[in-house]
Write a protein that binds this ligand. Sequence first.
Ligand code: FES
Length: 106
Amino acid sequence: AVVKYISAEGTVTELDVSPGVNLMQAAVNGGVDGIVGECGGSAMCATCHVYVDEKDVGKFDPKSAPEEEMLECTTSPVQETSRLSCQLFVTDDGDEITVYLPESQQ
Ligand code: FES
């Protein structure tokens, strides 16, 4: 899938992400500033917070209870579309996905 990460300042980074890879991992490997991923992807740190574009919300599994809880610990305000990007796995190679990065992660 082609994933666009748009920073709070408007910088766009476009990455090619394979199915099975999560958006935190892809961002860290791809050098996207603004996603930290401190806990390595176990929904335990909330430093991988993103806002998923409305059109793409349905492409991912719904939030689990631990993710829900961890989203209460994010530094930037939580919105309807807030997710932990380590819990967002690409499923379809043909998808185009856009996520917005919050101003701060910690
Ligand atoms: Fe820690 Fe996502 S990387 S919650």
